[in-house]
Design a protein around this ligand. Structure first.
Ligand code: PLP
Length: 374
């Protein structure tokens, strides 16, 4: 199998699994328990929190363990709404569904929401975010990089605008955590998922800067400093800390390697397959992603033909109630319907090789030709 869908999820690192295993076997206690078995887990959780905080550049008591980016986004957005009870939210129109849908839910409860579209290059202008703000704006969300195009957003500038106006700023770092430092100086809230950087699925972190007024989403026991009830998943949290440490330590080397593969692939596809276009500005992109439109093709058909050859990629399209709709992100960047429907997201990771790039380019040429000849 050739896996080019690393933006969806990544393979667990062997070292990460090794770090997790003791907490799935002998150290199986509940971190809340008052005995040795519980203490072993509580100590491991505390060490994981310290490690993640040090690597991210924030305080340990600003790191809350959650189930992933979805819960982080829901908690930040709904938690800010719950403290204010009414007000206006500003979001980019290209937010992940976890943030976008949270805002839609709040709209049903009476909050006002303004969605700000990106430019053609995939980036949201800070100036447009500023213009969308009102006197009653309480919350702003612009993701650190988009999951479909990989375009990095101007988080520093937007953070400054929010700070000046006293607006809580959440930035979804799910796609950037592997590649970029956490923007702790620019945002009030940040979320990420371990499975995007070779850690386990179903675990992530929400970083909330001290002093932020965010009401908790999950009530229960006193876990996570009383902010998020529920027995913590010690093995997954230990795994996430190990994965994040490895990611941060090897970041420069890994980024250069992945970028080399992505750039070689892109150069070949754009020059050797006619009627192809990269969606988004390459100069603003994560090193791992290439979202390409193929004229005269349906993305679903390309995906299907590549899948038959054991190659895993993704379309930007969302499937709801059996109907495939084109990517909202590409449409809001000004991409026409046909072009949006013809797009494929290739996302590279550190386990990919040059030989795989070669094989995928060949398979892609064959697939596109076959579809166009039909
Ligand atoms: N935000 C972004 C940008 C994502 O790409 C994803 C998942 O792909 C999420 C949030 C949700 O993460 P999870 O499914 O791990 O909760």
């Amino acid at each position: 199998m050739i896996y080019l869908d690393n933006a969806a999820s990544t393979r667990l690192d062997d070292e990460v699994l090794t770090a997790m295993l003791p907490y799935l076997k002998e150290n199986f206690g509940n971190a809340q328990s008052q005995h040795a078995a519980g203490r072993a887990c509580a100590n491991a959780i505390s060490a994981a929190r310290d490690k993640i905080a040090a690597l991210a550049g924030c305080r340990a008591d600003e790191v809350y363990f959650v189930s992933g980016g979805t819960e982080a986004g829901n908690t930040a957005l709904k938690g800010v709404c719950a403290t204010h009870k009414k007000g206006h939210l500003v979001l980019s129109s290209i937010e992940h569904a976890s943030v976008y849908e949270s805002a839609s839910d709040m709209k049903k409860l009476g909050f006002d929401v303004t969605f700000v579209e990106p430019e053609k290059d995939g980036a949201v202008l800070a100036e447009n975010i500023a213009n969308a703000m009102r006197a009653d704006t309480i919350f702003c969300a612009v993701m650190a990089a988009n999951n479909e195009t990989g375009v990095i957003q101007p988080v520093e500038e937007i953070g400054k605008i929010c700070r000046e106006r006293g607006v809580f700023f959440y930035t979804d770092c799910v796609q950037t955590a592997a590649y970029l430092p956490m923007p702790v100086r620019h945002a009030d809230g940040m979320g990420f998922s371990a499975h995007k950087f070779y850690g386990p699925k179903g675990t992530g972190a929400l970083i909330l800067k001290k002093g932020s007024k965010v009401f908790r989403l999950i009530s229960g026991g006193m876990q996570e400093m009383g902010f998020r009830g529920g027995t913590v998943n010690t093995a997954a949290i230990v795994g996430m800390a190990a994965a994040y440490e490895k990611t941060c330590l090897e970041r420069d080397k890994t980024n250069a390697y992945i970028k080399g593969l992505r750039d070689a692939f892109l150069k070949r596809v754009l020059s050797e397959v006619e009627g192809t276009r990269l969606n988004g500005d390459l100069n603003k992109m994560l090193p791992s992603l290439a979202n390409i439109s193929f004229d005269g093709c349906d993305g679903e058909n390309i995906l299907f033909l590549l899948d038959l050859k054991g190659i895993c990629v993704s379309t930007g399209a969302a499937c709801s109630a059996g109907a495939v709709s084109p990517s909202d992100t590409l449409i809001s960047m000004g991409c026409d319907l046909k072009s949006a429907k013809s797009s494929i997201r290739f996302s590279f990771g550190k386990h990919n090789t040059e030989a795989e790039v070669e094989e995928v380019v060949g398979a892609l040429k064959f697939a596109v030709q076959k579809i166009r000849n039909n």
